[in-house]
Write a protein that binds this ligand. Sequence first.
Ligand code: ATP
Length: 385
Amino acid sequence: MSQIELKNIVKKYGDGFPAVNDVSLDIADGEFMILVGPSGCGKSTLLRMVVGLEDITSGDMLIGGKRVNEKAPRDRNLAMVFQNYALYPHLTVFENIAFPLRLDKGKYSDDEIRSKVRNASSMLELDEHLERKPGNLSGGQRQRVAMGRAIVRSADAFLFDEPLSNLDAKLRGQMRTEIARMQRRMGITTIYVTHDQTEAMTLGDRVAVLKKGVLQQVASPRELYEQPVNLFVAGFIGSPPMNFLPARVKDGALGLPFVDVPIGPELQEQLKGKELVVVGIRPEYIKDGRLGDNRSDHAVEFTADVDQTEWLGNEQYAYIPYSAESEVQAKLDELDRELDGEGMRPQMVVNLDGRSRIREGDEATLYFDPALMHVFDPESGKNYT
Ligand code: ATP
């Protein structure tokens, strides 16, 4: 078994603010876990503590049920796959994969090495390339050689630190599917650090979202998308991001910039004493009234002036400015900066079907299902829905 357990892990560099702050996370045997968050959130530090390249200030790190805090990296039996694959250009694919076995001098006979390399290469579909040098391989094949070197010594887990960030978009897409396929086939516990949410959403069985060293939510990609626990997660996951609209709490309703939306007694009760909240609606949940697709009986309709549109064939974006309550807008600006943005514009983005005829300058009729709307506390960021 190679589950990895993090128990109340803290990392402080010097006397400063903790780079990792009381993180607890259980990664199951064979699970693909993503660590994601904006720059400086502590994801690389966390990974480096798992590998043993960084001391743990406090907390316990367990691999396969055993505490490894004081174990040297080479005694943890983990395989780190680096951004540049760290292959030896002068060695063949065979020798690159065999390299970790040859390091353990005398431990393996030539026959054993040959058999282990063959096993790894057939799993990775590299059999035909064993005599080639890395310079003659595609990016995807090089990635597989790097993984081959990791699996040849039966590592308990794969650890990736932003392995695709140096590649162009097309190759990144190919490698992403390749890594996913390989990991599923081998079923090896994997921790993968990225700041790219497409990688997070497509690769992970579960995704752990970090902000300033603090774990915000650990969940499946779908759950993160549909049920973010707070404003930060809601704003981080999704592209274009969720719309955040300031809303005034009224009797039995929320006053959004364009329309009042009725709310049930339960939410009303939760919002007692609040004047202003932030309503979150994903761009694709707002629909063109003239198309009427998937319209529920509870849909709320409104009209709004469209400032700009972008038609992409299969879909269309419409940009709709609104006037905001300044207190809430200031909070949203702060949130946007935490997400590495430059401040939130009071503008709603709507992702419409490509058939939509809405154009710039139109007063558009739009609708959405209020069941798909999130309501956040502007102070704590907590999601009430
Ligand atoms: P990025 O995506 O930019 O690599 P990250 O989420 O991986 O960011 P870390 O590299 O883990 O973040 O850094 C977390 C925090 O710890 C940052 O504030 C960083 O400045 C700080 N930090 C990282 N390494 C050190 C170090 N060796 N000494 C002091 N502070 C450090």
